[in-house]
Ligand binder design. Structure first.
Ligand code: NAD
Length: 327
């Protein structure tokens, strides 16, 4: 491919991905699968790497999420809420590990967590009191959805200690609630939601909190934006501390001593994920020590100390299972 052909393809991909982002992040109504989206994004990133003269700061490869809805008050994130880099196979996980070890010049431990397929939110507590909840939005500016978040029973309105912190997590709709909601919508001749992720996002971005209250949403907290007097030296310690404060963390996380253990953990969830009562679309792998995270830092779009292993599309797993059963 020559330079002008590359530019033409890059422009076409940018336009297509912007449209998908708008449908997914702003309208909560995707028209293509995540797999298809991820494939096109990867093609764009590869082309931009090969032809850096055609990479622009407004490219979807450089941006997080979508624009916040006008109807909500805006919240400026003091620490940006970023996206995550992706790995699609074992080799890409090993490449991530190599980059991390080159960047720190040390051995590293990782924490693996389930990648909950919901809506990223930030909760601010002041002296232990829940004062504000926001969406990620475009990473810098989110939507104030405090009233809707207050309808989620697992979000404590007061922590067990008078801490001041901004904690981050994923609000989601359990599979059972999603099925019941869509059945009711179909009976009512309303358009069903495409998946639990879009149903959760659509519910939390309603102006009337009574609607969110009826949708049986839940939450897992997995990280910290800011913490006055942060008591932890590692991510795993932070997860323990969040739990002690009464915040709901996911119990399935695991500390791994090396990338082989990470890969075993990832593989163990490919099929087991069907047994969960909520959807996950991958595994998030994070460098455990906070000082090492700091050394590695961030790109414009994501931390260098974490990545998301994305599961193959559900149909591909089912197909593999069918093949295994038939031999
Ligand atoms: P992402 O979903 O790949 O990863 C980042 C997000 O993971 C975080 O913001 C957080 O919300 C979430 N997350 C869940 N569990 C987590 C955990 N334990 N620790 C940390 N983070 C956790 O990236 P993104 O920027 O939110 O969205 C991009 C993805 O969304 C695409 O890769 C694609 O799968 C999907 N998408 C699909 C379409 C479509 O049209 N189908 C369009 C746009 C985006």
């Amino acid at each position: 491919m020559n330079g002008s052909e590359a530019k033409e393809r890059i422009d076409a991909l940018k336009q297509e991905l912007e449209q998908y982002n708008y449908e997914y992040h702003t309208l909560d109504q995707p028209s293509v699968s995540d797999y298809e989206y991820d494939k096109k994004m990867r093609e764009l990133i590869d082309l931009e790497e090969e032809f850096p003269e055609h990479q622009t700061p407004d490219s979807p490869s450089q941006r997080v999420g979508g624009a916040p809805l006008e109807a909500f008050e805006k919240v400026q994130h003091i620490i940006p809420m970023l996206s995550l880099g992706n790995a699609f196979d074992d080799q890409e996980l090993r490449d991530f590990d190599r980059r991390v070890r080159n960047g720190t010049n040390e051995d590293v431990n990782y924490v693996c967590e389930l990648k909950i397929d919901g809506l990223a939110v930030s909760l601010r507590y002041e002296d232990g009191l829940f004062v504000r909840g926001a969406t990620r939005g475009d990473g810098t500016t989110g939507e104030d959805i405090t009233k809707n978040l207050k309808t989620i029973r697992n979000i404590p309105l007061r922590l067990k200690k008078p801490e001041t912190l901004e904690v981050r997590g994923e609000a989601y709709m359990p599979k059972r609630s999603f099925m019941a909601l869509n059945e009711a919508r179909e009976a009512n001749e309303d358009e069903p939601f495409a998946n639990p992720r879009n149903a959760a996002a659509g519910s939390l971005r309603q102006l009337d909190p009574k609607i969110a209250a009826k949708r049986n949403l839940d939450i897992f907290l997995y990280g910290v934006g800011q913490w006055e007097d942060d008591p932890a030296d590692s991510h795993s310690e932070r997860l323990e501390k969040l739990k002690e404060l009464g915040l709901k963390t996911n119990p399935e996380w695991k500390k791994c001593n090396n990338i082989d253990e990470v890969i075993d953990y990832v593989h163990s969830w490919v099929e087991r994920r069907a047994d969960l009562d909520y959807e996950i679309d991958g595994i998030v792998i994070k460098v455990d020590r906070l000082d090492q995270q700091e050394t590695l830092g961030f790109t414009a779009k994501s931390p260098r100390w974490a990545t998301a292993y994305k599961f193959p599309a559900e149909e591909a797993v089912t197909h593999l299972r069918d093949i295994e059963l038939s031999v």
